[in-house]
Design a protein around this ligand. Structure first.
Ligand SMILES: [Mg+2]
Length: 233
């Protein structure tokens, strides 16, 4: 599972959003600092107590669809989460090399799908701030599919809805549990994004082919070496 992508064997490229294409600093700052700050202020609590209480609530929903469900958290925490996100949306940023990578993929003619656990409101905000939406041939959220990406069932259901060949597909993601599920499903090429946040040290996995940025795996043109361009009769 630690082999680099062999582009001549890849037709479909599946890409995670947060931490993979976009700087996870926004999400980390939002949930670990901004939300606790608001929660503490509204309840007249100390920030440290608010964090303790909130982090326990977060942990209770890890690996479920609620984890990224803004409506769930708005209700559970008594906060308007989408509005709070907009207050710090200047922190939403595309990782270095991503735009070039997406453009090269597009030129190569491969199918490029965004596959994300993000809630539709988060997705909408991020596409608005980054203008990346047009770079994908399809976009799938785990809510549409019915399972989080950490479950093998996500990948099975995705293949049923939008047929692709797992043996000729690549997934890049920064979450190990997602890569594990995709591996169990039989996805051939798995890439772990070690530098998920601009303010954190890279965390390299030994289980998967690990990169710090997409410039390390720029795609080759499709059909390279497998026959010449047809110049007509
Ligand atoms: Mg991610």
């Amino acid at each position: 599972m630690i082999s680099p992508p062999r582009w001549e064997k890849i037709d479909t490229v599946l890409l995670d959003m947060d931490g993979t294409l976009l700087d996870r600093y926004f999400d980390d700052h939002f949930w670990l600092e901004h939300v606790p700050g608001e929660y503490a202020r509204l309840r007249g609590m100390a920030l440290e107590d608010a964090k303790k209480e909130l982090f326990e609530k977060y942990r209770s929903q890890e690996g479920t669809l609620n984890w990224t469900d803004l409506d769930y958290w708005s209700e559970r925490l008594g906060l308007d989460i989408p509005t709070l996100k907009r207050q710090v949306d200047h922190l939403i940023a595309v990782h270095p090399g991503v735009t070039e990578f997406l453009e090269a993929l597009r030129r190569s003619g491969r199918a490029v799908w965004l596959v994300t656990n993000a809630h539709s409101k988060t997705l909408e905000l991020k596409m608005e701030k980054t203008a990346l939406a047009g770079k994908f041939s399809r976009i799938f959220t785990s809510r549409q599919i019915g399972f989080p990406k950490e479950e093998v069932r996500f990948w099975e259901e995705l293949r049923d809805r939008a047929p692709f060949e797992p043996g000729r597909a690549l997934l890049a993601d920064d979450t190990l549990e997602v890569l594990e599920a995709a591996a169990a499903f039989g996805l051939a090429f798995l890439v772990q994004v070690a530098r998920f946040s601009s303010v954190r040290a890279p965390e390299h996995s030994e289980r998967f082919f690990s990169i710090e940025g997409f410039r390390e795996i720029m795609p080759l043109p499709r059909g390279n070496g497998a026959g010449r361009i047809d110049r007509g009769e």
